[in-house]
Ligand binder design. Sequence first.
Ligand SMILES: Nc1ncnc2c1ncn2[C@@H]1O[C@H](COP(=O)(O)OP(=O)(O)OP(=O)(O)O)[C@@H](O)[C@H]1O
Length: 277
Amino acid sequence: MTPPAALPPLVSVDGVQKTYLGRQGGAIQAVASATLAVRKGEFVSLLGPSGCGKSTLLMMVAGLEPVTAGSIALNGTPVTGPRRDIGIIFQDATLLPWKSALENVLFPVRILKLPVDKYIDRARELLRMVGLSGFETKKPAELSGGMRQRVAICRALVHDPDILLMDEPFSALDAITRDQMNVALSEILETYHKTVIFVTHSIREAAFLSDRVLVMGGRPSTIILDMEMPFARPRRFDIEETAEFTAVCRTLRLSIEDAHADAGASRGPRAAGSRVE
Ligand SMILES: Nc1ncnc2c1ncn2[C@@H]1O[C@H](COP(=O)(O)OP(=O)(O)OP(=O)(O)O)[C@@H](O)[C@H]1O
């Protein structure tokens, strides 16, 4: 269910800018200005053309990349570096190849020096929820890409962070596995009620999963559309066949096409190769 608007934001991004120093010494303005608020329990996706700064914004929220200007607060405290109340999932599962699925899930518990015996049942329960009961002792090489990504989701959740940051977590998977992962993620969130910021190139994935979709675009980029997804939860895949879903996807697509046009006008061919599904 979409959380009530009255709740205070869990994540506040206020006038955030990011400029990288390029290899030749020039400045690359990745994010011109981003302001957004994400409420507790909300699922927000970031969509936009390649290079518009989605991952940069996510990494700044994670405390893994410093902001050039502006501020980010999480749970009312400024983000100044990596922190415990965040779980992160990347495109590649990045599991430790020599450790079992269960040990990979427990990895943040060890890093954070939390008592492993208190978290082991939770780790097993998470693996069960994603359909990996019986695979606890398998090494990553013995698992499929979808299974590895499910282990990565469990790893991000094991220490019970308030917020999950996901950077194109399913983009390397085939279409059927990706659909299954979307459903699995929705089910996990029904149970664990996490706040999520999700970066994707897939309009349908964003529309299906999110309470709200933000489109980033322009050069340098800002948030150019902030749209509530009007679909009740729990969601089933057949909503994708409805006229309402198609209309929402069309609005998002048009906004992204505008973003492409802006990018093409001011920066040339890079945007033409951008990937949006
Ligand atoms: N570490 C870095 N150093 C210099 N420039 C960077 C760095 N990381 C990203 N950039 C530049 O910042 C801009 C935004 O990149 P970013 O990866 O955040 O975009 P994105 O929207 O996530 O792209 P994609 O959808 O292709 O993953 C790009 O022009 C990119 O080349």
